[in-house]
Ligand binder design. Structure first.
Ligand SMILES: Nc1ncnc2c1ncn2[C@@H]1O[C@H](COP(=O)(O)OP(=O)(O)OP(=O)(O)O)[C@@H](O)[C@H]1O
Ligand SMILES: [Mg+2]
Length: 254
């Protein structure tokens, strides 16, 4: 981890109508850091991600990426600036092959025309990058498979490749292990760890599964009813009484 701050969020707030879902959240994430945003169901984690990554503009507050104000930019501009994200519900094109899915963000980045899609695989630079990222996520040799035919855990790997292919400055993963079986969960944890260590990718994940959080995160932010209840290293968070109370009644410590 370096001291370079990649993402800064200042006093972020978001309302759905009269309902204040996020209130006054500030945080800053350093390059190479692996951080987790945790909180009970409905705490506002996905809303927070949506508001900082361009799904919709936040009602209040500021978002800076590498010091540049990106508040309210639409998703495609945020991706251009270097922040990439995955969704809580897997977001892949089932009727396309693995390599078509993974090359799509590069096609958009280089402003190639989609009608050229049939020939895009003649671009050796793009193809090389696709193959490289497939290798990083453990999908080498599976580039021609139709995504619809893949197991759920493998679809999430395709999604990870889509998120990583443009070599983002920071990656937001909204519950990367949601819906996975224990083996797929283990694989995903190992993959995130490996990517963080080998390529220094900066990850910011939301997660329900405390085992995952404590296995991965160097820094934990706890969101509760839309505000930051606590932040710190996993051990501090684990022993924080307020946090334990916020989670009372949930089986997160199982
Ligand atoms: N589009 C919307 N319009 C109105 N209310 C919404 C909308 N999306 C979410 N909410 C509400 O905002 C609150 C926060 O939801 P959000 O999905 O951000 O929480 P979360 O922490 O991601 O939850 P989960 O752990 O279930 O994924 C919830 O009360 C939810 O019902
Ligand atoms: Mg959510």
């Amino acid at each position: 981890m370096s001291d370079t701050v990649v993402l800064t969020v200042e006093n972020l707030g978001h309302d759905y109508g009269k309902f204040k879902v996020i209130e006054n959240v500030s945080l800053s994430i350093k390059s190479g850091e692996l951080s987790a945003l945790i909180g009970p169901n409905g705490a506002g984690k996905t809303t927070f991600y949506n508001a900082i990554s361009g799904k919709f503009p936040p009602t209040r507050g500021k978002v800076y990426l590498d010091g540049e104000d990106i508040t309210g930019l639409p998703s495609h501009r945020v991706i251009d600036k270097g922040m990439s994200r995955s969704f809580q519900i897997t977001n892949v094109f089932n009727n396309m092959t693995v390599k078509e899915n993974v090359i799509a963000p590069l096609v958009i980045q280089h402003r190639k025309h989609f009608r050229m899609f049939g020939n895009i695989f003649n671009d050796s630079g793009l193809v090389h990058r696709v193959m490289q990222v497939l290798e990083h996520v453990g999908l080498s040799g599976r580039e021609n498979e139709l995504v619809a035919n893949m197991a759920y855990g493998d679809k999430r790997l395709v999604e990870m490749a889509i998120v990583l292919v443009r070599d983002p400055r920071i990656v937001l993963l909204d519950e990367p292990t949601a819906g996975m079986n224990p083996e797929e969960t283990e694989n995903m944890i190992a993959l995130i760890k490996r990517l963080a260590e080998s390529s220094g990718t900066t990850f910011f994940i939301t997660e329900h599964d405390m085992k995952v959080v404590f296995a991965l995160a160097e820094k934990v932010y706890v969101l509760h009813q839309g505000y930051l209840l606590a932040q710190g290293e996993p051990e501090e968070i684990r022993s924080n009484v307020d946090v334990q109370e916020a989670y009372l009644g949930r089986k997160v410590h199982a």
